[in-house]
Design a protein around this ligand. Sequence first.
Ligand code: TYM
Length: 341
Amino acid sequence: RTRIFSGVKPTGHLTLGNYLGAVRQWVEVDQHRADALFCVVDLHALTVEHDPARVRRLTRQVATLFLAAGLDPALCTVFVQSHVDEHTRLSYLLECTGTDGELRRMIQYKEKSAQAQAAGDGVRFSLLSYPVLMAADILAYGAHEVPVGEDQTQHVELTRDLAVRFNRRYGDTFTVPRATRPTLAARVMDLQDPTSKMGKSHGVSAGTVHLLDDADVVRKKIMRAVTDTGRDVVYDREAKPGVTNLLEILAACGGAGRAGRGEAVDPRELAGAYDSYGALKKDTADAVVELLRPLRERHAALAADPGHVDTVLREGAERARATARPVVDAAYAAIGLLPPV
Ligand code: TYM
């Protein structure tokens, strides 16, 4: 059976980008067709300046949102990365497989290390090794597929390289995974700066829709989205990044309003249904509010019952450990370490 692994790091409140780019596919498709594991990757949240209490709180919140979004523990495994030691055990072996040069080429490292330096924080060593831990997350489970947004493609490519290299040198140990991404909204852009990604840990919050924002806040953020010069509604990432972003979001929501609601909607066709930015914004706001409504309601119910989330995470960690353990043990043996005697 196909195995799937993916994760979210608890560095901020989940965004519409996280949902459309990743979590929705997990819920609607992946958990039904594969043996899937979804992880709150808390160790990854420690790679930049962090507040311990906030990481702890957000870890629980992200797990709760996973369930609110519709991940079903009867179908898939939901757990917290730091609850399963296999991730860090394997990460070290992969540090002994990858090179310094490979890691310094990572776009996210370049961006985040520049940000840390600008803030006078110093670049944590773990920021450089971040993709190695991510590779360990994926390889420990023998995942075939990794459903992620566009920004994670480079990290999954590195994961493939490490797996192939390890297998060549030490014998067939790891499944070589591939990234999968949604056809629409694989890169949702910031509403105030549509040339950069909507992110949970950076960017002005006016440009970021959070999954738990109140309906009127969501509406306001979308109605105030920066659009482009001119007035024609056309799908063109270069010339009209703001309008194109709204079209992608609306299409990913299944369209609405003037274009009618349907299954897979083509954002280029959607553009033809609009003759003003205002109407596009209004329909996009309505569609996003409707999309998030059930999620917010389920989140409220789940947050009132933290015991349930704890149980899901405890059972999830047990299942995850049982899956990862033999793979990581095999890697330890293959690389030349004497098994415990
Ligand atoms: P993270 O926590 O930044 O994002 C979680 C998921 O959301 C996607 N995403 C987006 N998709 C579309 N538009 C956006 N604006 C947007 N912003 C985020 C991300 O691509 C991702 O799929 N390194 C990972 C976490 C991770 C991981 C893993 C993922 C750690 N280990 C193993 C998969 C497998 C990250 O920082 O994602």
